[in-house]
Design a protein around this ligand. Structure first.
Ligand SMILES: [Zn+2]
Length: 311
């Protein structure tokens, strides 16, 4: 998809590239943190989300880090179709749990006085606390999915890894079943320990970070990459080499990888679960059958064989 990109002067592209490299992630992170401080309503969050996702997509067309990762319009629409199915599944699970599981968890919290959330802290401190708390739960779920074959399959996590080319919209390209597992932080922290209201406010910070972690742009990882996941780290997690993929489990917060020894800062040659990208039918069937080309899934073959197969 070119959209007249070739007509943009090279000097202007370089200027945009430089601004993007140094300023995009810090600026969007600060804006995301300002929204709860300003008491933003749902509409403001939606406008912010659509604006930054649109901005990332435009920049990916104008100044892609890996030009060969640019997708045709047809391929983009197919990814968007999967995103729509995954997010609809998430909405359905949430609606089903709203009057059942979530109510039960909240009653457990009251019954056993589990509400330890420091609601009197300044809002920004609460937002950062829930950010790292949610990511603590996500970290262990994600690490488990790469460690245990049953969890890799049950969650359909391989579907998210199967894409050879990553862009910002791949963030939500998951198997519909994974929506259940991505609710774990909200269930275990938000409903059981308290802080659910702040959990909603922190959504924009999560969104900004995870969309940038998948985008096809050259971004700086220094300083901001001590706490927040950058695309250099996360694309490494999407590597088709198993040992590389078994690092950097934090999709938004890289802190827990640093603490638990799974952090890796290195270049990534190729993404995906194997040399070829499975068909969409195979992606949906991944909880039942791993594609034959797969070499990232746990327990499919010894790690040494997978590494030798890579060239
Ligand atoms: Zn993963």
């Amino acid at each position: 998809m070119k959209l007249g990109v070739d007509r943009v002067p090279e000097a202007r592209k370089q200027r945009i590239q430089s601004l993007t490299y140094w300023g995009l992630q810090p600026t969007l992170t600060v804006l995301a943190l300002m929204l709860p401080l300003l008491g933003a309503e749902a509409l403001a969050y939606q406008v912010f989300w659509f604006s930054f996702i649109g901005l990332l997509t435009l920049l990916e067309i104008l100044i892609p880090a890996r030009p060969h990762w640019q997708e045709s319009l047809n391929d983009k629409l197919l990814v968007l179709g999967l995103v729509w199915i995954a997010s609809t599944a998430g909405d359905l699970f949430e609606a089903a749990f709203d009057e059942s599981l979530f109510v039960w968890l909240a009653s457990l919290r009251d019954q056993f006085a589990l509400d330890i959330w420091p609601s009197d802290w300044p809002i920004l401190a609460q937002v950062m606390l829930i950010f790292v708390s949610y990511e603590f739960v996500n970290y262990w779920y994600h690490r488990g999915a790469h460690q245990w074959s049953w969890l890799w399959k049950t969650s359909g996590h391989g579907t998210h890894h199967a894409f050879k080319h990553l862009t910002a919209i791949n963030t939500m390209a998951n198997h519909p079943l994974e929506a259940l597992f991505l609710m774990l932080p909200r269930m275990l922290v938000g409903f059981l320990l308290g802080g659910e209201e702040v959990g909603m406010a922190v959504g924009s910070l999560f969104a900004v970070t995870v969309f940038m972690a998948h985008c096809n742009l050259e971004l700086n990882s220094k300083v901001i990459g001590w706490l927040f996941t950058t695309n250099r780290y996360h694309i490494h997690h999407h590597s088709m080499v198993r040992e590389e993929s078994n690092t950097n489990y934090g999709c938004a917060c890289i802190l827990w990888d640093r603490v638990f020894g799974t952090f890796s800062d290195a270049d990534t040659k190729e993404a995906g679960i194997g040399k070829t990208q499975p068909t969409y039918a195979e992606l949906f069937l991944m909880p039942f059958e791993e594609p034959r080309s797969s070499q990232v899934a746990p327990l499919t073959q010894p790690a040494s064989v997978a590494s030798n197969d890579y060239d």
